[in-house]
Design a protein around this ligand. Structure first.
Ligand code: GLO
Ligand code: MG
Length: 343
């Protein structure tokens, strides 16, 4: 029995298209996905605004809320919660140059409209968290945007969201690059600074994705630890990554087992989940996988997470203390390797 509650997004079961080739699997309907997620043991669903209300750009505010309520009824049917809503600004023709930091005033206004509608949708789905994955908030041509202005625009946008709804909490999902070259808010340290500069730091926190930390050359367990120390880690996207290349979203732990163990360990040591936080798995199945394997990466990631949870629960803190006292870190390291490699 895991101490954690787990969440997943509908985009984590996908058709396999990438930048160089088309889909390799059939589309699975939203209801079919969430029914399967429930069967697999997930507790909550993560949403993009237009996952819950497709075609929302062409709908009125009242229509959007009515549509989101239908999704809430579907969640209730399967006894699932909504974890968060994230405005999907990176897909839209209005946000080619970013949303909140776009050089176009119209596009910035559109981004705010989507953020407000995302808050409305979150309320209709019964959750109080907004995720900002700031995909295109950054530069592809360095001289096209000022880092100072962009940072200020981002803070202003966040302040507007905080003012729009007195209960909404914002989790910034940091990522250093991709799809942009340089992101405005690349690490959790940046997210914490933005939080501190906002009008209500108590409602602006972070979400750490393992692969994103690795793309910044950082250890995800340390990023998690940093935000936990600030009391501002409200979500995680556990997954894995083979070095600093394109964002791979591999199954949790399959490339960097010891780092995965330490992520689980630091979450457990610091009571992550005690205030209702979920462990999100932001993983993608390999493009080569056949239709019937569409959920395999999620099954594997859940299994690995629970196995690592069990290993971390067995961690011998007395032995660790002894090694630290004797400054025998070789012995401590070998202990960890044996813990991970023996049954
Ligand atoms: C991509 C992100 C993405 C977000 C999701 C929620 O790199 O990890 O999957 O987590 O869109 O905003
Ligand atoms: Mg993510």
């Amino acid at each position: 029995m895991s101490r954690f509650k787990y969440s997943v997004g509908p985009w984590n079961v996908h058709e396999g298209a990438d930048a160089y080739g088309p889909a390799t699997r059939e589309t699975i309907s939203f209801e079919e996905k969430i029914r399967t997620f429930k069967e697999m043991g997930f507790d909550a669903i993560q949403f993009h605004d237009d996952d819950s209300v497709p075609n929302m750009n062409n709908m009125t505010e009242a229509e959007i809320i009515a549509e989101a309520k239908k999704v809430k009824a579907l969640l209730d049917k399967y006894d699932l919660k909504a974890e968060f809503v994230a405005p999907r600004l990176w897909m839209d023709p209005h946000t080619v140059d970013g949303g909140f930091t776009s050089n176009s005033k119209d596009d910035r206004e559109f981004a705010m409209w989507r953020a407000y509608r995302s808050i409305d949708i979150a309320n209709a789905l019964g959750c109080d968290k907004l995720v900002l994955w700031l995909a295109r908030e950054g530069t592809i041509c360095y001289e096209s945007k000022s880092p100072v202005t962009s940072t200020k625009l981002l803070i202003e946008a966040i302040n507007n969201m905080l003012a729009y709804d007195k209960n909404i909490k914002i989790m910034i999902e940091t990522k250093p690059n991709e799809p942009v070259d340089r992101s405005v808010c690349p690490t959790l340290g940046h997210a914490m600074a933005i939080s501190a500069a906002s009008n209500d730091p108590s409602r602006v926190g972070g979400l750490l994705e393992s692969a994103h930390a690795m793309l910044a050359g950082l250890d995800p367990a340390s990023e998690i630890g940093f935000a936990l120390a600030m009391g501002k880690l409200w979500g995680v996207h556990l997954n894995d990554q083979n070095g600093m290349k394109f964002d791979q979203d591999k199954s949790f732990g399959v490339e960097n087992l010891r780092t995965a163990f330490n992520q689980m360990k630091v979450l457990m040591e610091n009571g992550f989940g005690d205030n209702g936080e979920y462990i999100g798995l932001d993983v993608k199945v390999m493009r080569t996988e056949k239709q019937e394997g569409s959920y395999k990466h999620l099954e594997n990631s859940l299994k690995i997470a629970k196995m690592l949870e069990e290993k971390a629960a067995r961690f011998d803190y007395d032995f660790q203390e002894k090694c630290v006292k004797e400054r025998d870190y070789e012995a401590l390291e070998m202990y960890v390797m044996e813990l991970l490699m023996k049954g």
